[in-house]
Write a protein that binds this ligand. Structure first.
Ligand code: ZN
Ligand code: ZN
Length: 349
């Protein structure tokens, strides 16, 4: 065969020319001289087509990645090896060089290419929502028949801020857009409903109470043809604290503690421990506070009756002996609680 480039004869031809002419003219890669990438000025997420993509890469790494993505390798190249270096940075212009090594029909060749990458700064939808005070959900901190105590509010604020920080690593919409103190309690405006839901269940886990969600229609997303809702999540803290006395059905008990699911009680008569689910909250009545407990002493005892002094009137009162108080003796100081005129001995002081 005859090479039309160099005139050599008896050569195997590649795309119509001889091997050495082919290698001489071969290129490893093709790349544009200029490319542009758009990244969010706030969070560095990258615009890909019409979608924003989360990224934890630095600007330099994003530039190098963009260069690599714009490289086109020719099909006759084997074992291609690329390295990208940034030569100069002027403002948002990154001048880069690409070193390429590869093999073309048995011959190793190398080449370098210059490329200019321009970074355009934009704002991704999440960041622009944040900037505009956008929120999907409001967590309302309330307490039943009272204003939440400052201690409760402090604990809750801590939970919300710490947890928001953790959630924001994966969810950029996990931010507090506003906090408003109103006469019933405190409102936290949260960017993401999902985050707000997690926040409120953390609050309930440590503070107890009742959670209620109410969606409100706030408009319509014309682009997607969907109604837009905001969700108000109200957390109602209970009207009792640890140590207070509550009545549920026929039981009266002292609150020993609570978690996100239930309230733990100690029965005032039997001392048995039992629990009530929070969803029963509306059927619970607070009947005495921990501060209503009084101290008195036993003045006489028979097998069936224990006599004590009323802590305020100092009149003797008879109380029937039961298993819980049968060990008490004359002279013992005891804690008593009067409920609806009936004295209950809680135990020895
Ligand atoms: Zn040739
Ligand atoms: Zn952003």
């Amino acid at each position: 065969m005859f090479c039309p480039r160099c005139g050599r004869e008896d050569e195997e031809l590649y795309k119509g020319i001889c091997r050495s002419c082919f290698v001489k003219e071969a290129q490893l890669i093709k790349i544009p001289h200029n490319i542009e990438i758009t990244i969010c000025a706030h969070c560095n997420s990258l615009l890909k087509g019409i979608k924003w993509e989360d990224s934890e890469l630095s600007e330099e790494e994003l530039v190098k990645r963009a260069v690599k993505e714009n490289i086109e390798k020719f099909s006759h190249v084997n074992n291609l090896d690329l390295s990208v270096q940034i030569l100069t940075v002027k403002g948002t212009n990154f001048e880069c060089i690409i070193y390429a090594n590869g093999n073309v029909i048995g011959t190793n060749i190398s080449e370098d290419h210059r490329i200019n990458v321009k970074i355009k700064r934009g704002m991704c939808p999440d960041c622009s929502r944040y900037a505009s005070g956008y929120f999907e959900s409001v967590i309302q901190i309330r307490a039943d028949k009272r204003f939440p105590s400052s201690k409760e509010l402090q604990t809750i604020d801590n939970i919300i801020r710490t947890k928001t920080r953790t959630l924001s690593v994966k969810n950029r919409m996990a931010y507090i857009s506003n906090v408003a103190i109103i006469k019933e309690g405190v409102d936290y405006y949260i960017g993401s409903y999902k985050a707000a839901k997690k926040l409120s269940s953390s609050i309930k886990d440590s503070m107890g109470g009742i959670i209620q969600e109410s969606p409100r229609l706030v408009g319509r997303d014309k682009f997607r043809g969907k109604d837009l809702y905001r969700i108000w999540i109200s957390i109602r803290l209970p009207n009792f604290q640890q140590g207070d006395f509550i009545k549920y059905e026929d039981h009266i008990g002292q609150v020993k503690g609570f978690d996100g699911k239930k309230i733990i009680l100690k029965d005032i008569i039997s001392d048995n421990i039992w629990s009530i689910m929070w969803k029963e909250y509306n059927r619970i009545k607070v009947i005495a506070r921990n501060s209503d407990i009084k101290i008195t002493s036993i003045i006489s005892k028979s097998p069936k009756i224990i006599q004590i002094l009323h802590p305020e009137t100092y009149q003797p009162i008879d109380i029937e002996v039961n298993d819980k108080i049968s060990d008490l003796e004359i002279g013992n100081e005891i804690k008593i609680l009067e409920i609806e005129g009936v004295p209950y001995i809680l135990g020895k002081l």
